[in-house]
Write a protein that binds this ligand. Structure first.
Ligand SMILES: Cc1cc2nc3c(=O)[nH]c(=O)nc-3n(C[C@H](O)[C@H](O)[C@H](O)COP(=O)(O)OP(=O)(O)OC[C@H]3O[C@@H](n4cnc5c(N)ncnc54)[C@H](O)[C@@H]3O)c2cc1C
Length: 327
């Protein structure tokens, strides 16, 4: 029987489904509608039966719950076997995995196990099933066509909107899984202790680039971010210069983000930076060069020196907040 259907693989992280799982649902739904194929999902977790309703509530018709203590910590070989069990059960031809660091490892192992084609960093899925992915540092976009009956797609995080609850709720089925012995052992997870807002979940991001002139230039950027309740991002030039840690880097070799507001301060907008933030809702650029790509593509472009503009904007926000709090 020919492989048919779209399968979303949702991997829990410390007992919860990451937002990326809902991005897979959006992509899966669009492809299922375009190809007129059934959509299903599998939740891999030590709490799968408690999490599966989250996907069913987003209109996924069938959600399989693979629940096992062996899935509590991420072990690529064990998770790949569990995902393969769901792929075989559904006979899906297209399997969608979130393409973060762990997800890419899972996708690669799954593709090998299923003798499937694999594409990582997928930024777009075309209605005919071909996919787009950036190559050569984002300077070119490759269109990939598969010749294998089964294909595994690792989607670039933040490339698709997150599915909201709604639609006809799906049914949930438990899927038995005998966890294989792993060649690796999950030891522990050490969360980073920080009061900063994480870029991945931020609705607003203020990002700084080489135009800030040095590490001190990030002080007004952090102050503006604080006033806005925003996360702080950065261009690679600022990170490479050692002005701010790598975890803030936005772009092809940094994080992909999709906030409602992206404020780019002193960032020229080279293609590798745009690759990580061009799907943002409203883009505001502050730059001395009105002709740079960021100023050209922004929804709102403000020409001028950040050292004057950023503190002025922060002060204005604080004044308005104060006025509304006093009212
Ligand atoms: C393989 C590869 C991967 C890469 N990955 C990434 C990535 O993930 N993310 C990324 O960001 N880059 C990445 N890059 C680097 C990228 O090509 C650019 O070099 C980088 O994005 C430039 O950063 P920038 O815009 O801060 O600096 P610049 O391009 O130097 O721009 C600085 C801007 O600041 C403006 N400016 C100067 N003074 C002021 C002032 N006082 N007030 C306001 N504006 C001012 C200037 O007009 C200019 O537009 C990658 C490159 C390669 C080759």
């Amino acid at each position: 029987m020919a492989n048919n259907g779209i399968l979303v693989v949702a991997v829990s992280s410390r007992g919860v489904l990451p937002p990326a799982a809902y991005e897979l649902v959006t992509a899966g739904r669009a492809l299922a509608d375009a190809l007129k194929q059934p959509l299903s999902a599998v939740v891999l977790s030590e709490k799968a039966s408690a999490l599966a309703p989250e996907l069913a509530a987003r209109g996924v018709p069938t959600v399989y719950a693979v629940e096992s203590p062996a899935l509590a910590g991420f072990l690529a070989d064990v998770h790949a076997k569990a995902a393969a069990a769901a792929a075989e059960k559904t006979g899906a031809g297209t399997i969608l995995v979130s393409g973060g660091v762990a997800g890419k490892e899972l996708a690669a192992r799954l593709a090998v196990g299923l003798k499937a084609g694999l594409a990582t960093d997928v930024s777009e899925i075309l209605p005919d099933g071909k996919v787009l992915r950036p190559i050569f540092s984002g300077n070119l976009v490759a269109e990939v066509e598969f010749k294998t009956p089964v294909r595994v797609l690792a989607l670039a995080p933040m490339s698709f909107a997150r599915a909201e609850k709604g639609g006809t709720p799906g049914k949930i089925e438990a899927l038995a899984f005998a966890a294989p012995a792993s060649r690796a052992k999950f030891v522990s997870f050490q969360p980073e202790t920080s009061n900063e807002i994480d870029m991945g979940s931020a609705e607003r991001i203020v990002s700084g680039g080489r135009g800030l002139g040095g590490p001190d230039g990030f002080k007004p950027v952090f102050e503006l971010a604080h006033a806005l309740g925003a996360a702080v991002g950065a261009s690679r030039a600022a990170v490479d210069a050692g002005w701010i840690p790598y975890k803030h880097q936005v772009g092809l070799t940094g994080r992909s983000v999709r906030p409602k507001l992206y404020l780019a301060v002193g960032i020229s907008g080279q293609i590798q930076h745009l690759a990580g933030m061009s799907s943002s809702g409203t883009i505001v650029a502050i730059n001395t060069d009105k002709d740079c790509p960021m100023m050209q593509m922004a929804n709102v472009s403000v020409q001028g020196d950040y050292a004057e503009l950023v503190p002025a904007i922060t002060a204005e926000i604080k004044t308005r907040r104060g006025a509304s709090a006093a009212a």
